[in-house]
Structure formats: structure tokens, C-alpha cells
Design a protein around this ligand. Structure first.
Ligand SMILES: Nc1ncnc2c1ncn2[C@@H]1O[C@H](COP(=O)(O)OP(=O)(O)OP(=O)(O)O)[C@@H](O)[C@H]1O
Length: 248
């Protein structure tokens, strides 16, 4: 059986005058949450953009469940189950919460009736029932982000790529979101990548970590293992921090 995973294989991305990713590989398996960590500007969002097809690498490939999908457009990859959220919220502000989620289910090919069932389940799962008929533009930031993730799930992804899903949320909102996300891989046979700068959150939620700095992978493996790597500590906190860790 083909391994069920989404992979970036030796991917290099160049923007004018800048190598944003240098020969980076990543594997996301079903039923796991992979944390993608690294300092600002290290290439995390670019790597997600490569997986979804928003950015074309100068070399390297992307494979999904064993098939090379490098030539596919973002919407074609979405139809194969690769869905994402963005760093900034991108809901349809003039549609209601319910409609925002429903259009994603219908775009994936669900009938209206099936879409209705998907919407009901997601509204309940994300505790959004009270906002069902509200315009997306009337929501606060934390609720908008939850609707955005619910909308991505309405398309029944196999791989869900979340770029700073808890950014701008208060502690309670972020804790609630984490509880929902933690259940999804098993419940939905789903692989999730999370980019976030909130390390306690990443540590609690992720099964594996991959750390990148300046466009290169500097560590990958179990959460405890990766966060103790000197290269990771240095990338985040500077060389002094590695010395003080050594003496701790
Ligand atoms: N479309 C683009 N054109 C030119 N440069 C870009 C483009 N997108 C990203 N970059 C640059 O590529 C590098 C990697 O950016 P990227 O957004 O992937 O980093 P990141 O790790 O996601 O950062 P952050 O944690 O701040 O979101 C940065 O130097 C960024 O300025």
C-alpha cells in the first residue's frame, strides 16, 4: 500500500535576490500533527505555499499519497484534500458563518443536503452554533479564525495546513481551539501542520516537530528532542541561550 503522506522533496525556492528555502524536505503523515517552527522569515509559510501550490519551487517536487502533484494548481490540490488557513483571516465577510462553511462543502462537490449535515456537525464541533446566522464581518477575531478552520474542514481535507491558527486569540480561545484540533487527526484520518510561535501550545499539541532557520531544516523528530537541539535554541534565542541551557 502506498504510504499516505504529503511530502515536499528537496524543495528550493528563490525570490528575487533571496533563497527562501534551500533543499528542504518535509513529510506529513495522516493522523499526526506536525509542528513547523522557526524564527521569523525562516521560510515556514513559504513551505506551506509550496505544498498548496501557491509558490512554485525552482527545484524539488511535492507528492501526495505517492503521486507527484507538483504540476497541479492550488484549487486542484484542494480538490485532492490539501487545505489551508492563512496567517490573516480570509472569510467571505458578506456571507453568514453558516454560508461560509457551506460554500466550501459545495465547492468540494457535496450536495446541498450533505453540505447541510457537514455544516451542522462543524458548528457544533467548533461551538459556533450561536453565530450561525451572523455575518462573518460581525465576528471577533478568535471566532473568525475558528470559522476559517471549520470552513477548511468542510472540504473534508486529508491534509490541513494551519498558519498561526491561534495568533491574536486570548488564552481561553486558544485553549479551546487546541482541544478541538487535538482530536481531529484520529477522528478524520487527517494530517495537520501547525505553524505557531507559541511554544507551549506547539509542545502540547504536536506529535513531531520540524525546525527551520534561514531556509534550511535544522532539526526534526520528537517534540522534546527537537526543542533541546542547540541549533534550535540558538536560532530562536541566540548563541548565549545555548550556553545557559548547557549550564542549566
Ligand atoms: N512573495 C515573496 N516575494 C519575495 N520575498 C518573499 C515572498 N514571500 C516570502 N518572502 C521572503 O522569504 C523569506 C521567508 O518568508 P516566510 O514568510 O516563508 O517566513 P516565515 O518563517 O513564515 O516567517 P514568519 O514566522 O514571520 O511568518 C522571508 O525573508 C520573506 O521576506
Amino acid at each position: 500500500m502506498v504510504n499516505q503522506s504529503l511530502k515536499a522533496n528537496s524543495v528550493t525556492v528563490e525570490f528575487v535576490g533571496l533563497r527562501a528555502l534551500d533543499n528542504v524536505s518535509l513529510t506529513l503523515n495522516r493522523r499526526e500533527i506536525l509542528g513547523l517552527i522557526g524564527p521569523n522569515g525562516s521560510g515556514k509559510t513559504t513551505l506551506i505555499n509550496v505544498l498548496t501550490g501557491q509558490v512554485k519551487p525552482v527545484s524539488g517536487t511535492v507528492t501526495c499519497d505517492g503521486e507527484d502533484i507538483s504540476a497541479l494548481l492550488p484549487r486542484e490540490r484542494a480538490l485532492r484534500g490539501i487545505l489551508r488557513s492563512f496567517q490573516t483571516v480570509r472569510l467571505f465577510s458578506n456571507l453568514t458563518v453558516e454560508e461560509n462553511i457551506e460554500v466550501a462543502a459545495i465547492a468540494k462537490g457535496s450536495s446541498r443536503r450533505a453540505a447541510g449535515r457537514i455544516v451542522d456537525r462543524l458548528l457544533e464541533e467548533f461551538s459556533l452554533g450561536a453565530y450561525r446566522a451572523e455575518l462573518a464581518s460581525s465576528l471577533n477575531y478568535g471566532d473568525e479564525r475558528r470559522v476559517e478552520i471549520a470552513r477548511a474542514l468542510a472540504a473534508e481535507p486529508k491534509y490541513l495546513l494551519l498558519d498561526e491558527p491561534a495568533a491574536g486569540m486570548n488564552e481561553d480561545e486558544s485553549a479551546t481551539l487546541m482541544q478541538v484540533l487535538a482530536r481531529l487527526p484520529q477522528e478524520r484520518d487527517l494530517g495537520i501542520i501547525i505553524i505557531d510561535h507559541d511554544m507551549p501550545l506547539i509542545m502540547r499539541l504536536c506529535h513531531r516537530l520540524q525546525a527551520i532557520a534561514q531556509g534550511k531544516t535544522i532539526g526534526e523528530g520528537g517534540v522534546d528532542e527537537v526543542r533541546r537541539l542547540p541549533a534550535v535554541i540558538e536560532a530562536y534565542l541566540g548563541a548565549d541561550a545555548v550556553e545557559s541551557e548547557d549550564h542549566a
